[in-house]
Ligand binder design. Structure first.
Ligand code: DGI
Ligand code: FE
Ligand code: FE
Length: 204
C-alpha cells in the first residue's frame, strides 16, 4: 500500500479496533495514548504525525504474548533471538511487534517498523521517529510510576533536541533496572552511552 494509507481515517480506525481486540484494556488505552503523545512530539520536532500515530498504536501489538511464547514465535519465524532475549523474553515484544506490523497489519514503511522494533531498548543513533515513539511510550499521560516523570515530560516538549529526553529516560530506566536487579541488555547500555556522550547530560 501507499504512504497515504497512514492518513486514511478508516485504516487508523481499523488499527485501533484490532488493538482493542488483541490487547487488554489498559494496554490498548496505553497504545492509544502513545499514538497521541507521539503525534504531539512529531508536531514539535517536525516528523510526520500520521506515521507517529501508526507506530504508536501498534508499538505494543505483541504485548499479548508471554515470555516463552515470544521466544518460540520469533524462532518459528526465523527472527534472530540473542542469549539475553532468550532469558528476558518480554524484550522480544518489540522485535515480534515489528514483524506483526509488517506481516499482519500491512505496514511497509521502514521508519514505522523500526520505531516499533526499537521502542523498548532504544539503540545508538536512532531515527527521529524511533526517538519519538521511545519518548512517547515513557511519558504518555496514563503513565505514573517512573521517576522524574514531570521533568522528563517538561524536557520532551521544551528542549531544543529530543535527545535530552531520550538520555533522561535511558538513564532512569537503567537505574530502575539496577535497583530491581534485572539484567541490562548490551544494546540498552550502548544506547545510553551514545546519548550521554552526545548530550553530556550525566557525569560518568
Ligand atoms: O511495553 P511497555 O511496558 O509499554 O514499555 P517498554 O516496551 O519500553 O518496556 C519497558 C520495560 O522494559 C521497562 O520496565 C524497562 C524494560 N527494559 C528496557 N531495556 C531493558 C529492559 N529490561 C531489561 N531487563 N533489560 C533491558 O535492557
Ligand atoms: Fe513495549
Ligand atoms: Fe508501550
Amino acid at each position: 500500500m501507499t504512504d497515504s494509507m497512514y492518513t486514511d481515517d478508516k485504516f487508523i480506525y481499523s488499527l485501533h479496533m484490532e488493538m482493542n481486540k488483541r490487547l487488554k484494556p489498559h494496554r490498548f488505552i496505553h497504545s492509544a495514548a502513545v499514538a497521541g503523545t507521539a503525534s504531539a512530539l512529531a508536531m514539535k520536532y517536525g516528523e510526520d504525525c500520521s506515521k507517529a500515530v501508526v507506530a504508536g498504536i501498534l508499538h505494543d501489538c505483541a504485548k499479548c504474548y508471554d515470555d516463552d511464547e515470544l521466544v518460540s514465535l520469533c524462532k518459528k519465524k526465523d527472527i534472530p533471538v540473542s542469549g539475553f532475549e532468550e532469558e528476558h523474553g518480554f524484550i522480544l515484544h518489540a522485535k515480534y511487534g515489528a514483524y506483526l506490523a509488517k506481516s499482519k497489519y500491512g505496514i511497509e514503511d521502514e521508519d514505522i517498523l523500526s520505531a516499533i522494533r526499537w521502542h523498548t531498548t532504544g539503540h545508538e543513533d536512532m531515527t527521529l521517529l524511533e526517538k519519538i515513539v521511545f519518548v512517547a511510550d515513557y511519558i504518555e499521560p496514563l503513565r505514573n510510576k517512573a521517576s522524574n516523570l514531570k521533568e522528563v515530560r517538561y524536557t520532551a516538549f521544551n528542549a531544543k533536541s529530543i535527545d535530552e529526553a531520550v538520555v533522561m529516560i535511558m538513564h532512569d530506566t537503567i537505574e530502575y533496572l539496577k535497583e530491581k536487579g534485572s539484567g541490562i541488555d548490551t544494546i540498552t547500555k550502548a544506547a545510553y552511552e551514545f546519548y550521554n556522550a552526545k548530550t553530556g547530560k550525566y557525569d560518568e
